[in-house]
Design a protein around this ligand. Structure first.
Ligand code: LLP
Length: 424
């Protein structure tokens, strides 16, 4: 459920008409319902309440400071993947003992900053990375907790680009090597092997691959425990799917109902803490992209709606062939004609589209469209391609709306650039 609903013919975000915001903010813009973010976070928290997990919102999905702050204020931790995300995490004042740091390519500087910031743990992806953490921790006179990211070799039924837990992927460490690492933990005196981590992919609608992966990881945990290595944390990653179109993903409750019994022989309250890293589940349906129709173009074979948002603002359709529902912000009245159109942006590439062959109600130049379910991997994946300034991010709470990040200016585009006279 989300808080983007029609009241009469008008699309509202919570209690504010989207068209009103468009008049003030200009288009295109991202629009977030703060309540929806919180609802989804609380749904997951509630579903798992019997074991009080640490939920670390995966901020790569949406790193808007206002959104992060509101989740953090409600108890969320953060899953980070870069020095930049650490910087944002600190800006919103998250308890550093609720930060977990993934990524296959953490630099020495990022590792140092994270240890100095006293993060809870790194999710370690390779032996050389482990060695670097050990060296940096030694230099800083620290003992750093890590979780070893296992590659459970489980294939979820999702897009290839967002499958991460099979042997073909760059992520994680195979169980044989991981086992050896736990056995030889004495080689890394500045590291505490505190946990095990998995993340098998994203937009996974069915719980079966999760179950398969968790069973494998529990087998692994049993084997290292048997040899005297207690595992204090089990991080089962993110990956829960949302509804973009006709998907029927598991709900938080259904997910918990399937997953929790797998831990019946483990004491998740005292013995081993469960960590979750959801991104899309919390943010996906909590945001939309609002755009305006600039032109209509009718070719002999196709009709194009040319809008002011483009692939640089939302790359998911071009990059993954992702489907996002698109709806007029104000529904036309009376009997409405529909037509099949391509909804495209102004960028000079045929790959610049938001939807292809989409049945849409007849619309006019100047009408607003809402691209739904853009709260995850929307703004964060946007770019300045074609020297297009990044669009604003607007947040709504109840009857009020605020620009949380303003539209970039043309000056912003060249802020860090200079004309190097020496080469001219
Ligand atoms: N944990 C790790 C280690 C991850 O790599 C990811 C996402 C998450 C958690 C959160 O996954 P989620 O709950 O959001 O599925 N740009 C793509 C999605 C890339 C996902 C990357 N990793 C898209 O637009 O679909």
């Amino acid at each position: 459920m989300h808080r983007f609903e029609f009241k009469g013919r008008e699309l509202y975000c919570e209690d504010v008409p989207v068209s009103k915001i468009a008049r003030e903010a200009g288009t295109p813009f991202y629009l977030y319902s703060v309540r929806t973010f919180l609802d989804h976070y609380l749904k997951l928290k509630d579903a798992f309440k019997s074991v009080k997990p640490l939920i670390c919102f995966s901020m790569k999905a949406n790193s808007n400071l206002t959104i992060l702050k509101s989740l953090v204020e409600h108890g969320s931790g953060l899953d980070i993947v870069s020095g930049g995300e650490l910087f944002r995490a600190k800006k919103v004042g998250v308890d550093s003992q609720k930060i977990v740091f993934a990524s296959v390519g953490k630099t020495e500087k990022e590792i140092e900053d994270a240890i100095r910031s006293k993060i809870l743990m790194f999710n370690v992806e390779s032996i050389p990375e482990l060695e670097t953490i050990n060296t940096v921790a030694c230099r800083l006179h620290a003992v750093q907790k890590v979780a070893i990211r296992l590659n459970p070799d489980v294939s979820p039924d999702t897009h290839d680009y967002i499958t991460t837990g099979t042997k073909q992927n760059k992520f994680g460490i195979d169980t044989g090597t991981a086992n050896k690492l736990f056995m030889e933990s004495y080689r890394y005196p500045f590291i505490r092997f505190a946990g095990v981590h998995i993340h098998i992919g994203s937009q996974i609608t069915d719980s079966k691959p999760f179950v398969k992966a968790i069973k494998r990881v529990l087998q692994f945990i049993d084997s290292v425990r048997f040899c005297g290595n207690p595992v204090e944390y089990l991080n089962i990653g993110g990956g829960l799917a949302i509804i973009y179109s006709k998907e029927k993903p598991q709900t938080a409750r259904e997910f918990a109902r399937v997953v929790l019994p797998l831990f019946k022989d483990y004491d998740l309250k005292k013995g081993m803490k469960l960590v979750l890293e959801p991104g899309r589940f919390i943010s996906g349906n909590s945001g939309i992209l609002v755009t305006k129709i600039l032109y209509k173009k009718v070719n002999p074979t196709k009709t194009f709606m040319i809008v002011d948002a483009a692939m640089n603002d939302l790359i998911r359709p071009s990059f993954y062939g992702a489907y996002h529902e698109i709806t007029p912000v104000v529904r036309p009245s009376g009997k409405v004609r529909t037509a099949e159109v391509d909804i495209v942006g102004p960028i000079c590439e045929s790959g610049d589209f938001l939807a292809k062959n989409r049945k849409m109600p007849a619309a006019n130049i100047g009408d607003l469209l809402a691209v739904m379910s853009c709260g995850a991997y929307g703004y964060v994946m946007s770019s300045n391609y074609n020297s297009r300034p990044r669009v604003p991010e607007v947040v709504v709470k109840g009857r009020k709306f605020f620009v949380a990040k303003k539209r970039e200016s043309y000056e912003d585009l060249v802020r860090n650039e200079k004309i190097v006279k020496e080469v001219i």
